[in-house]
Design a protein around this ligand. Structure first.
Ligand code: NAP
Ligand code: MG
Length: 403
């Protein structure tokens, strides 16, 4: 059998712990037998990030910009305990944060559906894809405690330090209290909006965007206005041609509609709403091991990954030679997402078809009752008793289907 050829490489970003183990096996069992794989490899494992003073992360992100398509393994974001464990030179920043800053993107999270794995909200028949704005708001907020008797103001100065505007936030005459200020940038909101409109067109899903503009008449309303302006000028006709809609609504109304919906919606959220709602949506669909994630930049760069972390607990079992049953599905879908996008951009339909087949074989393996341990309690199908496979055996079962 001749292997599928690739015109251009995908940027391959290796990672840490159990997902680094799965990474190698996925390539060996599911990709290399079928594809003459071309990648530009960057080792984002913590050891190499430390060795290169994290330059490798910056290089990988720049390569992703050059080649447009990347696939990333989960990586450790170091904390104090990791600094000790790996004897790090310093507490390096989150690689995902670094890549996001360089690509200036929006993160879209989509669940993988399989028959037998019923979402906790049984009405959800199709995926709900969540787009989270990843800049500003409370994540770069400034806050403080205020003593009774003091007043807090919001002050805007010009470049010379002249006061442009001074608004009383509150006169704390009755009690001690707290204040918080947050900001965002038109530039970032506009790029968030374009990423959402582009993604909706890509996957042909209607787009919903929701804020609380009735209460936040300047801040949230500004998000609403920027989305509306960009939609009217740049996307209205494209949406009509694709047969999809853009809808703006209030965040509480959106939550109620989402729960009642059957899915099949791209839901754009501000940073905090997206943080909270993405965990709600992911949990409601079943397992973190079935949640994919893609970073899309407004100028058309794509970085695919699984939404989960490096599954540390399983890795330490693996190191001790014990059996693990770690779900590789989201990582497989990161690879298929990247290969399909590569095929689309390069005009190589065989590569797109391969990615689709690998996705189908993976889902069909679960639907036939063969799965990793995390899915066993979620699986209910008449006449099929689910069988728990170890990490490698699951990949071999998918490979057998591919053959
Ligand atoms: P995690 O790796 O997602 O794992 C948390 C728990 O969720 C696991 O212990 C496991 O539960 C379950 N789980 C997650 N993925 C699974 C899978 N594929 N198959 C089966 N079970 C799965 O999160 P964490 O333990 O909070 O973080 C571990 C490391 O990952 C940290 O160093 C963190 O910085 C990093 N992280 C990286 C990314 C990323 O690169 N995108 C994202 C998140 C976290 P049981 O133990 O109960 O089986
Ligand atoms: Mg969160």
């Amino acid at each position: 059998m001749s292997k599928i050829q690739m015109k251009n490489p995908v940027v391959e970003m290796d990672g840490d712990e159990m997902t680094r183990v799965l990474w190698q096996w996925i390539k060996e069992d599911l990709i290399l037998p079928f594809v003459d794989l071309k990648t530009e490899y960057y080792d984002l494992g913590l050891v190499n990030r430390d060795k290169t003073d994290d330059q490798v992360t910056v290089d990988a992100a720049n390569a992703n910009k050059k080649y447009k398509v990347g696939v990333k393994c989960a990586t450790i974001t170091p904390n104090a305990q990791r600094v000790e464990e790996y004897k790090l030179k310093q507490m390096w920043k989150s690689p995902n944060g670094t890549i996001r800053r360089i690509l200036d993107g929006t993160v879209f999270r989509a669940p993988i559906l399989a028959k037998g794995i019923t979402p906790y909200i049984p009405g959800w028949k199709k995926p709900i894809v969540l787009a989270r704005h990843a800049y500003g708001d409370v994540y770069s907020g400034v806050e403080t405690q205020v003593k009774q008797g003091n007043k807090a103001y919001l002050v805007v100065e010009d470049e010379q330090g002249g006061v442009v505007e001074k608004l009383l936030i509150h006169d704390f005459r009755e009690s001690d209290g707290i204040v918080q200020s947050i900001h965002n940038l038109d530039k970032s909101i506009a790029s968030f909006a374009r990423s959402c409109f582009n993604y909706a067109l890509d996957v042909k899903m209607p787009l919903w965007f929701a804020t609380k503009d009735t209460i936040s008449k300047k801040y949230d309303h500004h998000f609403k206005d920027i989305f509306a302006e960009i939609y009217d000028k740049e996307y209205k006709e494209k949406f009509a041609a694709a047969g999809i809609e853009y809808m703006y609504t209030l965040i509480d109304d959106a939550v109620a509609r989402i729960v009642r919906s059957e899915g099949g919606i791209l839901w754009a959220c501000k940073n905090y709403d997206g943080d909270v709602m993405s965990d709600m949506v992911a949990t409601a669909y079943g397992s973190l091991g079935l949640m994919t994630s893609v970073l899309v930049s407004p100028d058309g760069n794509y970085e695919f990954e699984a939404a989960h972390g490096t599954v540390t607990r399983h890795y330490y079992k693996h190191l001790k030679g014990e059996e693990t049953s770690t779900n590789s599905v989201a990582t497989i879908f990161a690879w298929t997402g990247a290969l399909a996008k590569r095929g689309e951009l390069d005009g190589t339909p065989e590569l797109c078809a391969f990615a689709k087949k690998l996705e189908q074989a993976t889902v069909a393996t679960i639907e036939s009752g063969k799965m990793t341990g995390d899915l066993i309690p979620l699986f209910h199908a008449d006449g099929i008793v689910p069988q728990k496979l170890d990490s490698r055996a699951f990949l071999k079962a998918v490979a057998a289907r591919m053959q």
